[in-house]
Design a binder for this molecule. Structure first.
Ligand SMILES: Cc1cc2nc3c(=O)[nH]c(=O)nc-3n(C[C@H](O)[C@H](O)[C@H](O)COP(=O)(O)OP(=O)(O)OC[C@H]3O[C@@H](n4cnc5c(N)ncnc54)[C@H](O)[C@@H]3O)c2cc1C
Length: 807
């Protein structure tokens, strides 16, 4: 205390400038301040409109569960738990962390499959975890009824924390290293000049800053809107009750989750906290209509809405029938369109960072998210794979308040819903449709979404979610056969497309593209964008359309991050995604079909692989590019939107079968083609992905990431721990793989599947996965091991190879 007073003579003094201003003194803002100062940036000013933790943080239940759906998510919360356990020793203020362990119980066989898959994930992430019987679960958690349960998962690493104490402790740690925390200052606007943030405006005057971090919780959206930064989140009401004393509880009682009843339970002062994630949530007020002041406040009780959860809680803990309720807590929490939080620098506004939208796991995530954001700020770039939470996965159209409202009603319930493979969200659709949408719908397309686009997944009577083989699989298999043996048409309009032109275009592109794109006009190059660490930022094709003009075609989901990357590196790019439909005409008969619809030369000599030119198809001028993501002879036709229907009709009348994205997934995996976001992420580079050939490392040009890439290659030659992407084929046609499964070599954990699907030509599930090994992963090492894949607890032999099954 003495030292704080010494460092901060007047706590309430508002300085005129700081290197970093953090807006919001909830657990996230406090964690960012703690970690920034930990990295040596001490000129940090945290501004809070009320007092610390007064927004959403103070009334959180405080559950901290490290096991997440992805390895990066798991590591993030694991770090949080370690930090919370050690804070008191550092700051002198306890965060109230208790490592009590956690149980997840299963009422249904489908839930058991999920728990078995989760247990295998935990092995892959090296996280302690055990499947236990209902009886054992009851020993661990005596107040519950277990006669209707099939089993449970025991997670010894789970814990609970006091959110308000945690925030105070983090803020104390930040202050001890020089940060200033000023309460009762409301940020009302921002200074911006030349695409950079220059500071904040407050109700007590302006503060200049190089970096502003928006950690304003549910208020973050409206603050972002002031400077055109899209921060898509919306509050929903979120509930729990605290009960009177319940026999059998004690402070170290584990956390218990009953996801089939949407509820969780934790001990608190001798009673239970009973909360949950009801399937149909109740959105709160619009982001531009939030009250001020709003400090340590709750929302109105709504017992009727809570009854959905209470009925389920009584079923699990019958003793609650006799127990009084001390209080119903109803607080607003921010939810995002995809149930992942929002981190990073806003595209188009340098120095403006965000850490918000924590979807009810902000307490658990705060440590790891705060560290990741602080590292991003200090280094100027993310230091690990944060693609899933990167704010650049959203575009301005995601910021519509009416749309967000409808989406969050669904998102809150996803927490405990079965995480089905290929699950698509249903609310707020459609947002963006291709000009072929009605035709494809009439042809029986079942749509999914990516970057708001409706995209045909499969042409089948009905969608089915299952862990096993779905009822739509035969339809997808037929689409795969049509592509491999005849011809199929894919609507790939959602591809991101950027036009790059001007005198500076080539030089700028040569720097960001790891492959050499200084090629003759009409040639097409497959290239990554690498960062300075030599790992993936994007994976795309670049076509030279003229001496000074290029067309870039990238993944549907990455438009905003790609354009941001290009802008940061001085590449003059224009988004032309919405100007063209894309029809993929793929299969051995594609040449004959297109020749019959066109006066142009489609022969091998006249139209070689990786070339592109303007041609006529069905009387329409289109750009045809001979490229394939399914591994067959084929062309991607870039068609002006107004003419897309005519071209599709002609191709269809010529016998091309309709095919969708599930078929693409299967076809690309049989060929070993990698996907950005799965195999290619900021955690991996071309050496590990086996794609050095798609870079110019042996050439003369310099490019972003070259030095790091060369170092990776040299390290590989010099020994040391390795990760390597391999193709895999399951030896039995029985099991269904979806990605995420554990891989084993000679019975020991060896890696994880990144993508998997049914491969119709191979006649079994196929996939890609990273293996870890202490020495280089070679064909001999692969051939010398007995590989298996763990599919929900069952092990199947699998063939792992550096070559794709149809490579
Ligand atoms: C009922 C309930 C139970 C929960 N249980 C859990 C749990 O068990 N585990 C878990 O991990 N998470 C849980 N959460 C979620 C967790 O509480 C949140 O994710 C987390 O608190 C979000 O922290 P934050 O810092 O982003 O937001 P907040 O705590 O809301 O902080 C934002 C701060 O910004 C300030 N601010 C806003 N605008 C301005 C401005 N213009 N100028 C200055 N200051 C401003 C606000 O006053 C506020 O203090 C729960 C949430 C609820 C509602």
């Amino acid at each position: 205390m003495v030292e704080e007073v010494a460092q901060q003579p007047s706590r309430n003094h508002l300085p005129a400038r700081a290197q970093v201003v953090i807006v919001g003194g909830g657990v996230i803002g406090a964690s960012v301040a703690y970690h920034l100062t930990g990295l040596g940036w001490s000129d940090v000013l945290l501004l809070e409109q009320g007092t610390l933790s007064c927004g959403t943080t103070w009334h959180a239940a405080g559950l901290v569960g490290p096991l997440r759906a992805s390895e990066s998510g798991t590591r993030l919360v694991q770090y949080s738990a370690e930090l919370y356990a050690s804070l008191e020793a550092e700051t002198g203020l306890a965060a109230g962390y208790r490592n009590v362990g956690g149980l997840i119980v299963a009422r249904t066989e489908d839930r058991m499959v999920q728990l078995r898959r989760t247990a295998a994930n935990a092995v892959a992430y090296d996280l302690p975890c055990e499947l236990v019987s209902p009886e054992r679960a009851r020993e661990l958690w005596p107040p519950m009824r277990v006669d209707d349960l099939l089993g449970a998962l025991w997670l010894p690493g789970d814990g609970k924390v006091d959110p308000a104490d945690l925030t105070q402790s983090l803020a104390r740690g930040a202050r001890m290293r020089g940060a200033r925390v000023v309460e009762r200052v409301r940020v009302t606007g921002f200074g911006v000049a030349d695409g950079r943030v220059t500071g904040v405006r407050t109700d007590r005057g302006d503060v200049e800053a190089e970096v502003v971090v928006n950690c304003a919780g549910q208020w973050a959206k409206a603050l972002g809107d002031l400077v055109g930064a899209t921060i898509p989140l919306h509050s929903a009401e979120h509930f729990y009750v605290v009960t009177d004393a319940v026999p059998g509880t004690h402070p170290d009682l584990p956390i218990m989750r009953d996801p089939d009843g949407w509820t969780y339970f934790k001990e608190e002062t001798g009673g239970l906290v009973v909360g949950g994630f009801e399937p149909q949530a109740k959105p709160w007020r619009s982001p531009d209509d939030l009250p001020y002041p709003f400090e340590f406040q709750l929302l109105d009780e709504d017992w009727e809405h809570f009854s959905v959860l209470m009925e389920q809680a009584l079923l699990r803990v019958p003793g609650l029938e006799e127990t009084g309720i001390r209080k119903l807590y109803n607080g607003p929490e921010s939810f995002t369109p995809d149930n992942q939080f929002l981190l990073g620098e806003a595209p188009g506004l340098r120095g403006f960072f965000v850490g918000a939208g924590f979807n009810s796991v902000g307490i658990a995530s705060a440590g790891g998210a705060g560290r990741a954001l602080a590292e991003w700020i200090v280094a100027g770039a993310p230091q690990e794979d944060l693609v899933a939470v990167d704010v650049r996965r959203f575009a301005p159209f995601h910021g519509d308040h009416t749309w967000l409202r409808s989406r969050v009603s669904e998102v809150l319930g996803l927490h405990y819903a079965l995480p089905w493979p290929n699950r698509e969200l249903e609310s707020g659709r459609p947002q963006r449709t291709s000009p072929l949408h009605d035709r494809l719908a009439a042809a029986g397309a079942l749509f999914g979404t990516r970057m708001g686009w409706e995209r045909p997944n499969v042409f089948a009577p009905a969608l089915e979610y299952t862990w096993g083989k779905p009822s739509w699989l035969p339809a997808s298999a037929a689409e795969q056969r049509a592509t491999r043996t005849d011809v199929a048409v894919f609507d790939q309009t959602s591809f991101s497309k950027y036009a790059v032109s001007g005198a500076a275009a080539l030089t700028a592109l040569q720097w960001v593209c790891a492959a050499d794109v200084d090629v003759p006009v009409g040639r097409c190059v497959y290239t990554p964008f690498l960062n300075e660490r030599g790992t993936y930022e994007a994976d795309l094709t670049v076509t030279r359309t003229g001496a000074d003009s290029f067309l870039l075609v990238s993944s549907s989901a990455t438009t905003v991050r790609d354009l941001d990357w290009l802008a940061r590196h001085g590449v003059p790019a224009r988004d032309v995604t919405e100007e063209y439909a894309v029809l993929g005409v793929m299969g051995p008969r594609s040449r004959a079909l297109l020749s019959s619809l066109s006066p142009d030369d489609w022969s091998e000599e006249g139209f070689p692989f990786a070339t592109s030119r303007e041609v006529g198809v069905a009387g329409v001028p289109v750009r045809a590019t001979r490229m394939t993501y399914v591994g067959e002879l084929g062309w991607e036709l870039l068609v002006p939107v107004a003419d897309a229907g005519a071209v599709y009709d002609a191709v269809h009348a010529g016998g091309a079968a309709d095919a969708g994205y599930y078929a693409i997934e299967s076809l690309r995996l049989e060929k070993g083609y990698r996907a950005f976001g799965r195999e290619l992420t900021p955690d991996y580079g071309p050496v590990e992905a086996g794609l050095v050939f798609a870079t110019d490392l042996t050439g003369a040009k310099d490019f972003l990431g070259r030095a790091a890439l060369a170092a990776h290659r040299d390290a590989l030659a010099g020994g040391g721990p390795r990760r390597r992407l391999v193709s895999l084929v399951v030896s039995s046609p029985e099991p269904m793989l979806w990605g995420g499964e554990l891989l084993l070599r000679d019975g020991a954990p060896a890696g994880q599947v990144t993508s998997a699907a049914w491969g119709e030509t191979v006649g079994a599930c196929v996939g890609l996965g990273y293996l870890r090994h202490a020495a280089p992963v070679t064909s001999a090492w692969l051939a010398g091991g007995r590989f298996e894949v763990d599919v929900a607890g069952e092990r199947y032999a699998v063939r792992c190879s550096l070559r794709a099954p149809l490579g």
